[in-house]
Design a binder for this molecule. Structure first.
Ligand SMILES: NC(=O)c1ccc[n+]([C@@H]2O[C@H](COP(=O)([O-])OP(=O)(O)OC[C@H]3O[C@@H](n4cnc5c(N)ncnc54)[C@H](OP(=O)(O)O)[C@@H]3O)[C@@H](O)[C@H]2O)c1
Length: 253
């Protein structure tokens, strides 16, 4: 499996990149932070590639995917794990924050996919995008509007790709709470959040039943992704959900 993981410098993307490599994939790990990517590639082993990419920059997306495809000798799978979740009350979200959320969570996914399309078409490959339960399975969570609205747009983007390119498998992965792995593989999703606002909205997320306190085991998440990517041309998986059970453990739909 020649696999590109975008957003592989921390959190779930890093866990997925390293985990897929440990399951036999030849991986290219993409994100902005070079030092983090080098560490991830070292942990992944097996000739893993570390390639800088800023998904908000079209030329960077094209160059990084071209380098990854050349290094891997083609592309069988693309995992888009890039994502940012700015915390703010909806009335306070600036145009810049809305733009950053859409550039990173939606437009970047489209640009990376465009750049990889020729390779994915040649291999009848699979592209998988990390979405969130907050964009489709629950009502919007207070404080996370820019994230949730952009993830809902990402969900539609995945459908739009499938409509025009049926030779490629396009999968939306709906994910519930997951802390990622250890050290640099731990999620950094809440980095930069305003602590006071977080203390205000988090109790609402709990009281409304959006989070239970249980987390998905990241190894289970990687196993599901590995199975989706290995399904290849024999099956179509438009949407897969992995969310924690209230008492712990993963639920897969
Ligand atoms: N953690 C959860 O519970 C959870 C639940 C549902 C869905 N998800 C989704 O899972 C994905 C990973 O989340 P996470 O929790 O692992 O967060 P994270 O630790 O903050 O990881 C985000 C990744 O995105 C990369 N990134 C951000 N902006 C980028 C840019 N402009 N260009 C290239 N890469 C960029 C970061 O790398 P650099 O900063 O080095 O570029 C990093 O590798 C996200 O799509 C998130 O929405 C997470």
């Amino acid at each position: 499996m020649r696999t590109i993981v975008v957003g592989a410098s921390s959190g779930l993307g890093r866990s997925i990149g390293v985990g897929l490599a440990q399951r036999g994939a030849h991986v290219a790990l993409l994100a902005r932070r070079r030092d983090r990517l080098d560490g991830a590639a070292q942990e992944a082993g097996s000739g893993a590639l570390a390639i800088e990419c800023d998904v908000t920059d079209e030329a960077s997306c094209r160059a990084a995917i071209a380098e990854a495809a050349a290094g891997l000798g083609g592309v069988d799978a693309l995992v888009y794990a890039t994502g940012i979740g700015p915390l703010a009350r909806i009335a306070d979200i600036s145009a810049d924050t809305w733009r950053r959320a859409f550039d990173t969570n939606v437009t970047g996914a489209a640009l990376v996919t465009s750049a990889a399309l020729e390779h994915l078409t040649a291999s009848s490959g699979t592209a998988l995008y990390m979405s969130s339960v907050s964009a489709s399975l629950t009502p919007p969570w207070p404080g996370l509007a820019a994230y949730i609205v952009s993830k809902a747009a990402l969900d539609k983007l995945v459908e739009a790709w499938r409509a025009e390119h049926p030779a490629v498998g396009f999968t939306r992965l709906v994910v519930g709470d997951c802390g990622g792995g250890e050290g640099d593989s731990a999620t950094e999703f809440t980095t930069g959040w305003d602590a006071e606002l977080a203390m205000e909205v988090a109790p609402l997320w709990v009281s409304r039943g959006y989070i239970s306190g249980s987390l998905i085991d990241v190894d289970h998440l990687v196993e599901v992704i590995d199975a989706v990517l290995r399904g290849g041309t024999s099956m179509s998986l438009p949407s897969v959900t992995v969310a924690p059970r209230a008492q712990g453990g993963a639920v897969t739909q």
